[in-house]
Design a binder for this molecule. Sequence first.
Ligand SMILES: Cc1cc2nc3c(=O)[nH]c(=O)nc-3n(C[C@H](O)[C@H](O)[C@H](O)COP(=O)(O)OP(=O)(O)OC[C@H]3O[C@@H](n4cnc5c(N)ncnc54)[C@H](O)[C@@H]3O)c2cc1C
Length: 502
Amino acid sequence: MDRAIGSIAILGGGTAGWMAAAVLAQVLRGTGTSITLVESADIPTVGVGEATIPPIVDFLRLLEIDQAEFMVATEGTFKLGIRFDDWTTPGERYWHPFGTFGPTIDRRPFHNMWHRLRAAGDDPRVEAYSLSAALGDAGRMAFADPRAGGVGPSGGLRHALHFDAGLVARFLRTWSERRGVTRLERKVEGAVLRDDGFVEALALKGGGHLAADLFIDCSGFRGVLIEEALKTGYEDWSRWLPCDRAVAGLTARDPNPPPFTQAAARPAGWRWRIPLRHRTGNGYVYSSAHVGDDEALADLAREAGPLLSEPRFLRFKGGRRKAFWSRNVVALGLASGFLEPLESTSIHFVTSGLMKLLDHFPDKDFDPANIAAYNAALIAEYEAARDFIVLHYQPTRRDEPFWRERAAAIPDTLAERLELYRGTGRIPFRPGELFTDLSWFYVLEGMGVRPAAYDPLVNFSNLAETRAGLVGWRGRVAQGVAEAATHEAVLDAIAARARPAA
Ligand SMILES: Cc1cc2nc3c(=O)[nH]c(=O)nc-3n(C[C@H](O)[C@H](O)[C@H](O)COP(=O)(O)OP(=O)(O)OC[C@H]3O[C@@H](n4cnc5c(N)ncnc54)[C@H](O)[C@@H]3O)c2cc1C
């Protein structure tokens, strides 16, 4: 008997649902597997996820989507990292830039050499070693130089995108429908379960069912299948991630959009600013225990400038489903969990969940060991990202109650990393983790966490040579900035090139 998955139903037409439809349509093309996406116009999408991280470029590449065409269709801009304003104390800022930076000598990580120079009395500004950060500060844009083989300041550049989430869903919908995905505009009222607890079909409002072998739950926070039907359970992380609300609003386009996301600390949370071609997205992510909705909105309007749209309030709870995949249901996007969008991780976890689903693609037996392996891999990645986000609140000199309380509550796994770093300067990086040791270093240094020691092997290398290596690197960063075009000019050039093709 044929055990191959013959039909897939995706519940939800937000960013997650259409990303899932597109990837599955691409990978299963020619197999005869049917893919149906159900969405309801009565249930709006969240739609505010508009900042990404570099794996989005790999996602487009997998789908063979031309980046320029995608950017023009989604009013996209480039992103070289995140600039954190006022996190340690009002007036101070630091960068979490993308890409690799800083030389390594004898496999010793760059940050250890940087600590050595500092201990020797130098005062090297950490941003000066990252071409991404330096370009961002200058409002310029450049791409990885393919001739550099991934080495050097320009070889290590990586970029991500900002885009209009509504336009992304529209783009991916057209793309998926052209490749055979069927879209059903119906409200799902629940699931019909088999005796063994697997989902047999979706019950559609107005009558009728949609049966499938595999179900992808992209229904948003409610988790219509993974939670309401299968009662998988939610691991609540609000003790570490107390922000539970956001208010979002649009402001006018910035004629010189910066090539980065801005995350500015506020008294009871933080504010994002995401520049697009046609407008600017803003939002205040806050803890309702520390500020009321009206005050949060007033804060956003004051900081972001006149809002052009009705403010949108959103509620959430930081955490994750106890399992991302249960029986024949795989949850993606907001149905699978939520980390506050400080490091733009949500859309990435849709991609990551999809890539892991391809790596663990089931047959109709739904081998429990296969499902367990998928869950273990994704949970490990998710929890490491959670720790990285909580790190941004450690320690701070801000004195509001929200900030004092956040600095006091951290997961044990993060406490262990911090202890190791504080004592030795070492940052463990485990395979499969999203954020590298360089990302951790930038945030640790940005937040003013300084180690008592650094890698002793670094002391065996010649100090003058190390210093010369780092000075040379800084010079190449400065040269890279001087040679780069403005972000706006790069966007104009892309629009001019893509329009005839589109
Ligand atoms: C304040 C905030 C800011 C964010 N910022 C970022 C960011 O900068 N970067 C980032 O990567 N992520 C961000 N995110 C997360 C991002 O918005 C989501 O990961 C992304 O939009 C995917 O959402 P989704 O598709 O899972 O759910 P949704 O957008 O909620 O879509 C749910 C879909 O399911 C359908 N549906 C639900 N129930 C039913 C039903 N019963 N019958 C039929 N259809 C149904 C709805 O019609 C809809 O199409 C942010 C989230 C929030 C809350």
